[in-house]
Ligand binder design. Structure first.
Ligand SMILES: [Zn+2]
Length: 279
């Protein structure tokens, strides 16, 4: 095909995909995508491209469609592009009976673009699959991510403004006892342990992929230590509950990851639960 025809074809395709108005850059990109050898001649053909676009844009959409037909341009491509505006399917979605998504903001700030995006996407996917969308406030760190009382309501207002409806709502700080209960079960089953090593040692062992000695203590001692964590016998940073994982796992940061820490809530009270919990 003659270069001029190829240019015309791309200009028409682009125009028909954008309400009859073709744009220079996408046309050039598509042209060079199809005919990379033209790259070295681009200086010579750029004016032809510009003129072609001008010509195409001066036509009505009906005229553009007619011309496209004459050139044998499949308008299917345009429809395909429109379809792509839908969400791509989730991998393995068919393997699950129900798709449940969640948005889990920390109420230490109002929503911003970076948090609105996952909220919208999670909500849209739940709707796409007729699933469930959960709003969960992750507000269990009053020390470094101190929740702000007003933020809980502000976040909900913003989500409503975005047209998002959630099926269930949870506030993690109100559910600590449930989590403690599961933590205890994990310890009893040997899947979690209380580690009293200093953070530097935890880090070093993780990076080297060495197992922690605390993990070797019997379940009874673990439960004793866990009880001591809950009753406040350890200070901040003196003990953590860790989940047993593959200590050679490729990402060191998840090797025996920390599920519970101690926070001095006398010093850093929680806006909802005050100093009631320290783990
Ligand atoms: Zn340890």
């Amino acid at each position: 095909m003659e270069v001029k025809t190829v240019i015309l074809r791309h200009a028409l395709e682009n125009a028909l995909g954008h309400n009859g108005k073709a744009m220079l850059q996408p046309v050039v990109n598509r042209l060079l995508g199809e005919r990379p050898e033209l790259r070295k001649d681009i200086k010579n053909i750029i004016n032809t491209i510009k003129e072609t676009i001008e010509y195409v844009n001066s036509l009505t959409i009906e005229e553009q469609q007619k011309l496209a037909k004459e050139l044998g341009i499949e308008l299917v491509e345009r429809e395909k592009r429109e379809e792509k505006k839908e969400l791509p399917p989730l991998p393995y979605a068919e393997k699950f009976q129900r798709i449940v998504t969640r948005f889990a903001p920390n109420p230490d700030f109002v929503l911003h673009l970076g948090s609105a995006r996952p909220a919208i996407l999670s909500y849209a996917y739940a709707r796409k699959y007729n699933g469930k969308f959960i709003l969960r406030f992750e507000d269990t760190d009053p020390r470094t991510k101190t929740p702000i009382l007003q933020a809980y309501e502000l976040i909900k207002e913003d989500l409503k403004w975005l047209g998002i409806k959630w099926d269930e709502e949870y506030i993690q700080s109100q559910r600590l006892e449930i989590y403690y209960n599961y933590a205890k079960q994990l310890i009893e089953k040997g899947h979690a342990y209380v580690c009293t090593c200093p953070p530097t040692k935890i880090r070093e062992y993780r990076v080297k992929g060495i197992g922690d000695e605390c993990a070797k203590l019997p379940v009874e001692s673990q439960l004793e230590r866990w009880e001591k964590m809950l009753t406040g016998e350890y200070d901040e940073g003196e003990a953590v509950l860790r989940i047993k994982t593959d200590i050679k796992y490729p990402d060191p940061s998840v090797r025996d990851w920390i599920a519970f820490r101690i926070i001095d809530t006398e010093k850093y009270p929680h806006p909802l639960t005050g100093s009631k919990y320290n783990v």
